[in-house]
Structures are given as C-alpha cells and as structure tokens.
Design a binder for this molecule. Structure first.
Ligand code: PFF
Length: 512
C-alpha cells in the first residue's frame, strides 16, 4: 500500500475510539451552552435551518478534508502540513497553517477552561441545593458573585486546566481514548434521561415549535454569518484538533478473531460524527427550552440561559436539584473532552521536538493558564479595560473564533482542494462513490472557501463599525422582565448594583 509511507505513529485502538474521541471534541460547550442561546437569540427555527445547511455544505466537507490531511500526514498538524506540502511540491511554508491552528487552539484553550471552571462550580451549586427555590434575581446574583470573585474564577480555571492537561499528558490511549470511552457514554445517558424528563414538561411542544418552525422571514444576514461560524466551532474544525485526531486514525481495522481487514472510511466516519454532534445540539435545545417556556422565561436571553435561567426554571420542580446536577455533569463531560482536543495539537507538536508528553502538556497548560488570567479578570478586576468595545475575553473569543478558525478552515480547504495532489486526496479518502467524491471536491475547492471569505469579511466589517458581531445581541433583560409565574411580584427587578450580570449579558457575544 503506497499510503504506508506515512504511517501514524500511534493509532486509536479501534474505529469507534476515533468516533468517540472526535465526537467528544465536537460535542462541547458549543452544543449545550452556545447553540441553544444562539438559536434563542436568532429566531429559533430560522437559525436552526441555516445552521443545518452550513453543517452540510461547509462544515462536513472541511471536516473531511482535515481528517484526510491528518491521516495522510500522520503527525501533528504543523508537521503533517509541512510533509504534505513537500509531497505536493509546494513551499513548506504551508506548515504555517498548522501553526496558525495550534495558536488558535492555544488561545481557545485559555478561555475554554475558564468557562469549564464555571461549570465545575455549578455542579457544586446544584448538588448542594444552594440554588433551590432561587428567583431570577437570586440566580443572577449567584452568577455575579461567582464571576465577580477573581479567586473563585481562577480556582475553576486552574482546576479545569489541570484536568485537561492531565488527560492529554497521559497519552493517546491511556489519556484521550480512555477519557472519551468513559465520558461520552455518561454524556449520552444523561442526555437521554434529561430528554425523557423534558418530554414530560408542559413546555415541550412549544420548544419543538420554536426550534423547528422554519420562519425564513426571521433570517438576517448576521444570523446566517453566526450560523456559519457556529457550524465551524461546533465541529471543532479550523484549528487542527480534528486533523491531529485524524493522524491517529488507522487506515484499516483487523478483526482479532477472524483476521479480516476492513478499511476505515473517512467519509462515513466524519458523517457519523457530524450527525452525532448535530443531534446532541438539537436535543440539548429540546432539553433546555421546555423548562424555559414552561416558566414563561425568554428564549433569547443569551449566555445566561444555561447559568441563570436553567437553575431558576429547575429550582421549584420536584427533583430539580438532581436534574440540574445531572445537567451540569453532562456539560462538564462535553466541555472536558473538547478542551482535551483543543490542547492536543500544540502538545503533539512539542512531543515531535523530543519533549516528553507529560512535560509538553505541562508547558502548554502553564502557558495557557497564564494567558487565561486575562479572561479570568475580564469579569471582575479588568472588566473596565476594553478594546474595540470588547473586554479581553470578548476580544480573544472574537479573534480566535471569528477570524482565526475560519481563516484556518479556509486555508485547509484551499490546500485540500487545490494544492494537495488530486490522486493523493482521492486515494486517502477512498470513497466508494465517485459522484460523492466529486461533490466533496467541488465543496472544498469553491463553495466552502467562498462562504468563509464572506464570514471573515462580514465579521471584521461589523467589528470595525462598532456593531455587535452576529445577530441580536443577547440580553439578560427579557428574562428579568418576564417573571416566572410562581415568583412573588416585585422580586424580579434586578438590583442596581449587580454589575457582573450586565457583563454576563455581553459575555459571549455570539461571536462566530
Ligand atoms: N466543538 C467544541 C464545542 O462545540 O464546544 C469546541 C471546539 C473544540 C472548537 C475543539 C475547536 C476545537 F478544535
């Protein structure tokens, strides 16, 4: 097999290990936290329709390209890109695409772990019952208290960073693969249980209508852009995480009993991961919105949807404390397996430089922890420092997600579609249907790059014009103004001295 000249140094033990790890990477805060609030803020079904279209037309073709490049290169994204560029007879500067990805991953890691840290606190808050019976104002105050306390946010950030790099440091089999094998089943079971619970909620029908009634009059240019960006973020593409995982993907599996060899198809594997990722996002929406609607709360309230509205909505239902705890454990599993994949490309690259994996993880973790301090302080001590109207965290989120990821994805599509020898691409993908291969090729050569250029130009234009990036800026206000029926009157007005709540409202502009 000519392909054997690029063997992966380490390989997942089975195809299902790759599927679990890649799904673990894709399913994260983007699905359970961002997707529902973005759908809520961008008109529900209209956003969902565009998002699904983007997954199919842009996300899956680029994800396929990334896995293909990773498996063909067999090394960290930087080294794989250098090798493939040489094989294709072009400048080895293409390695910079891998470098850009590792840098975006590094930046993403610095704030992903901060949000992961909040999740840790929310598991404790829900399990201890401290939010039982909380009104909206009290739940907002609880979030403000957490974010306003730099030591608490720092502790969460530190713990989540250690958890992430500990797994990465243990290696592909004992670390990444094992964590995916444990955490992903927990995630799926919890999601199914919570879905069953949500189906019995009186708001379920309304939630289904909200997410699946495609009212195209509600689509705006910026919600399309938000959907394109989010499809990228949610599939973990554009920064090399999936490319790094692809490098460990075997070309064939051997049945230990029969000795039968079965080729591992990139196309169908990627399709499965994409479907799982999308289903989790939709089901997460169907878990969250019924409780929101059943309590007369606003779907478009933004980032607070998970950390404020959900605890409030669950605070007065039977077993709400357990449902809430289960929910945040689910979010933790999702966020953890994603942050592991974000850290993998830079760690893999350092190990190629002869540094041991535990040491490389320590180096990446320590550096990301330091840069992450900027995000930690964005919610408290440093909340007053802004550039282009964004605090440190918002700026980092904007630059990495809206500019660097799409740019990385664009370059990956160009490389896979125009630079890599066509015969190499075709051989590595080994698709059964030539028609499907040609559709993929047309997508990565023309359609996906075009869509991405539009996204980057539009995001930059909006940012420089000082407008909020992506559709209606989520606010906490509507949720405050629409009290849950059970709550006594007069308790719903926010006290004037809850500064952090406001910053939470802007906390994550839907920056994709
Ligand atoms: N896909 C993850 C989520 O939805 O939260 C985020 C992510 C992970 C983005 C890995 C990029 C990445 F490489």
């Amino acid at each position: 097999m000519a392909d054997s000249k690029a063997p992966a140094r380490v390989a997942w033990t089975t195809r299902s290990a790759f599927i679990l790890a890649a799904t673990g990477s894709a399913v994260g805060l983007g699905n359970i936290w961002k997707f529902p609030y973005m759908a809520g803020a961008n008109g529900g079904g209209a956003f969902v329709a565009v998002y699904l279209l983007c997954i199919i037309m842009v996300g899956l073709p680029i994800m396929t390209a990334e896995v293909m490049l990773g498996r063909r290169g067999g090394m960290s994204p930087i080294s794989s890109m250098r090798k493939l560029a040489r094989d294709s007879g072009v400048s080895s500067r293409w390695a910079w695409v891998g470098g850009l990805g590792a840098l975006s991953g590094f930046l993403l890691l610095t704030f992903y772990t901060v949000i992961g840290g909040w999740v840790l606190f929310y598991i404790a808050k829900m399990a201890s019952g401290s939010l039982q019976g909380a009104t909206t104002v009290e739940a907002q105050q609880a979030l403000s208290d957490l974010l306003g306390n730099p030591w608490m946010v720092l502790a969460g950030h530190t713990l989540f960073m250690v958890m992430t790099l500990w797994v990465v440091g243990r290696g592909i089999h004992k670390g990444i693969e094992r964590s995916a094998r444990v955490l992903m089943p927990i995630l799926f079971v919890l999601l199914i249980v919570l879905f069953g619970y949500a189906m019995t909620s009186p708001g379920f029908g309304e939630a289904v209508r909200f997410l699946f009634s495609f009212d195209f009059s509600k689509i705006s240019g910026s919600s399309v852009i938000a959907a394109v960006g989010h499809s990228f973020f949610t599939l973990s593409i554009g920064l090399g995480a999936i490319m790094a995982y692809g490098a460990y993907m075997p070309r064939e599996t051997i049945n230990p009993r029969t000795g039968k060899r079965t080729p591992v198809s990139i196309g169908s594997t990627v399709l499965l991961v994409g479907v799982l990722d999308t289903v989790v996002a939709l089901v997460a929406g169907l878990v969250i919105f019924p409780v929101v609607f059943a309590h007369g709360l606003a779907p478009g309230e933004g980032p607070g949807l998970l950390f404020v509205t959900l605890p409030v909505a669950l605070s007065d239902v039977l077993g709400g404390m357990w449902v809430g705890t289960a929910f945040f454990v689910l979010v933790l599993c999702a966020a953890w397996t994603s942050s592991i994949s974000i850290a993998e490309p830079p760690v893999a690259w350092l190990t190629e430089k002869g540094i041991s994996r535990p040491k490389a993880s320590l180096m990446v973790g320590a550096a990301a922890w330091v840069v992450g301090l900027g995000t930690v302080f964005s919610f408290n001590l440093g909340s007053g420092y802004t550039l282009f109207g964004m605090n440190f965290f918002e700026l980092l989120d904007f630059v990495s997600v809206n500019i660097m990821l799409p740019l990385g994805g664009f370059l990956i599509a160009i490389f896979a579609g125009w630079v890599l020898k066509e015969t190499h691409a075709r051989k590595e993908l080994n698709m059964k249907s030539f028609g499907i291969y040609m559709v993929w090729r047309a997508m990565v050569r023309i359609f996906s790059p075009l869509a991405l250029v539009l996204l980057v130009v539009f995001s930059l234009w909006k940012a420089l014009a000082g407008e909020p990036v992506a559709a209606p800026e989520p606010e906490l206000a509507p949720a405050i103004e629409q009290p849950a029926l059970e709550q006594p009157e007069g308790e719903e007005l926010p006290p004037p001295d809850v500064p952090a709540v406001d910053s939470v409202g802007e906390l994550l502009p839907e920056s994709e």
